[in-house]
Design a protein around this ligand. Sequence first.
Ligand SMILES: Nc1nc2c(ncn2[C@@H]2O[C@H](COP(=O)(O)OP(=O)(O)OP(=O)(O)O)[C@@H](O)[C@H]2O)c(=O)[nH]1
Ligand SMILES: [Mg+2]
Length: 332
Amino acid sequence: MTEGNFVDYVKMYVSSGNGGKGSSHLHREKFIEKGGPDGGDGGRGGHVILRGNENLWTLLHLKFKKHIRAGHGEHGGSSRSFGADGADEYVEVPLGTVVRDTETNEIIFEITKHGEEKIIAEGGKGGLGNWHFRTATNQTPRYAQPGIPHEEKHITLELKVLADVGLVGFPNAGKSTLLSVVTSAKPKIADYEFTTLKPNLGIVKYRDFQTFVMADIPGIIEGAAEGRGLGHYFLRHIERNSILLFLIPADAPDIKKQYDILLDELRRYNPEMLDKDRIIAISKCDMLDEELKAELKELLDNELPIPYLFISSVAQQGITQLKDTLWKMLND
Ligand SMILES: Nc1nc2c(ncn2[C@@H]2O[C@H](COP(=O)(O)OP(=O)(O)OP(=O)(O)O)[C@@H](O)[C@H]2O)c(=O)[nH]1
Ligand SMILES: [Mg+2]
């Protein structure tokens, strides 16, 4: 599946650096017969560190970066000179990145904050030089510690999108079309079901310099929880969105029923999905004339348990109001 501006899953190999060896050097100088031990410590191996970056929205930049290796620590030298630490390697990841051990599939940690840093492969400690091992009875130890070897891991990064608004709807409801109208994303749009196979993200520019992120996901149908349609696996992408925008086309045979089905599928995926703020947009309202619209409005005012508005992505109706409403909900 090449569709989608979105990479939400990558596997990689990370390796920290070896710690440098401690030196077992004995001091030598003209005219000084018995120099003491002066071997310096080895440097620490570099860490591989994951760092949260709020400006990233996908793992796309890591798609072809399969191996990350940090630098080795240098060995200690004479005259108590310390080996330099190996260079750390930073891997920038979007917020909401879950890191697993590929072999055991266990979650190692999650990055949720901008600037948050977590070491995924720890650099080996440098060994202590012989200078540390002087004792009353042994003034010239020849012993120095070796450095601790590096650590390596196969990890899987998986992204739970932290978009602000997640679109929920049956296939063909017009989700991707809406995304294409309010953002510069170019999702595939077509008059058949399951056009969208992977999530798309777009940044909605709102009035002066404000933005929020909208996530378009594949359509949901009744029975998704049992795997019908594309199932509901991709719902994890909107698990953390703060608002769910339900899109139901104006020509749906029963709008209230569609809403109930969608809600039920969300509940079966994860009951906490129902704790989010939601709003309904009746899409494709350009297909209604004024009379029909008034009729429908009367019906929906009675039927729908949450606020709704009419929109048409194609005719650009209600789009500004929709953005205003979403912005208000996000900031309340
Ligand atoms: N008349 C009208 N048609 C629309 C509007 N928005 C979308 N459509 C049409 O509805 C069809 C489905 O649109 P999509 O945006 O692909 O729908 P989707 O919800 O993303 O569908 P899936 O990806 O299959 O879940 C396309 O033929 C669109 O041209 C609208 O505002 N008015
Ligand atoms: Mg779509």
